[in-house]
Design a protein around this ligand. Sequence first.
Ligand code: C2O
Ligand code: CU
Length: 463
Amino acid sequence: MPILTRRNLLKASAVAGAYGVGLGFAGKFGGRALAAEPQVLKTVKTQASLADSGVTRDVLTYGDAGQPPVVRMRKGEPFAARLINGIDDPTTIHWHGIRLPNKMDGVPFLTQPYVYTGDHFDYAFTPPDAGTFWYHPHCNTLIQMGHGMTGVIVVENPKDPTFDSEVVLNLRDWRLGGDGQFIAQFRPRDSAKSGTYGTVRTANWQQQPQYDAPSGGLVRLRLAITDVTRIYSFRMDGAQATVIAIDGNPVPERFPLDLLQLGPGQRLELAVRMPDEEGAIVKLEDIRGTTPKVLATLRSIGGSLKRDVRDLAPLEDNPVAKADIGAAQHIPLILSATAENTSADSICGSLGYSFWAINKVPWPGDTPDPTAPLAELKLGKSYVLDMENVTPHAHPIHLHGMSFTVLSSSTRQVPPFVSDTYLIQPDEKVQLGFVADNSGDWLLHCHIIEHQKTGMTSYMRVA
Ligand code: C2O
Ligand code: CU
């Protein structure tokens, strides 16, 4: 009789989960997840120490841990969560970057009803990909996310190489006044530009937190930009940092971190080789803008483990289908500014302005009257998004439900990253290839939330 070690169990359930064995098998992502113990994610209003000037009231989060939550899943294994809404505002959960059945995607009206105060909604799916993802509401998003509701998701793969330590950082700002209390979440004139920035910068709700890691060891540093506005340019000071994954997917070839720019919604995984000397400090910095800003530090502890990053085995590729570029149909997608059609008020939040549009149509999303889809795609066929940014600002454009491969850019050499969010620069044209292998209505929007909610939102229908 085979011995049921934890590892064997994981393997067995991984196979079953990934291919939807169980009730109601309905295609690649439609398979009903096998029963998993649901994790309770209860939205709460709480307070937290974010600024030096005082405890901030009206912080919104999931659970009451006093720090941002981290949800762990396993690749190919069923996951279930019950959202219980404990705040005075309807909400939903969107599982950013996770390829799942459309009805689990958390978009009000398009995929599910919003969840009223005191109500709940059950999510269940099997993540097909390992990596760093995150979750957040998709209703009244600017306020709910702005006040704290974001959590990192780590999808583990038992086949991952061994690190000596792991640090997960939820990177975001808060718009607080001098008294440490929330101020207006946006200024319209900034929404029409690069967005309204926060006033207090944090990693895991702390200013410049420090984490210990073994000297000479390899740290798996997982970063998620959950801010509503800020674009970061990452640099590591005091250690060698190697980029191993971006947006949940292993990079085609590892490269040293050197001013990598990523926007809201994006994730980065680094292998950091800690210095050999005990007590050495390694700094993660953002150098976008004028003065370099330290986001968090790592401190070497103990005798050197003398690890070498070159010994680190590759991460397993995620099972993302490769587009057949020769046969692909092209979908033009133009990002522009607009002054038309001030959006009507809606229960999931309207900012009352239209500044942006996709293919000339401004739509804030999360409303009961969706515009026509940007495109209707045939299930299983390959497509190329020809995306062009004719605005003077960068936009992190996020596609729900499917991962794309970056094929080419008009302005730079881009490796063929697999991703769910592309940070497009002013005047850039980019081609993103993907297979429409997940049926349903899938949102596509800028992840600078003020841009999203003032028009830079659309969706594609796959059937
Ligand atoms: Cu994180 Cu609709 O997105
Ligand atoms: Cu934008």
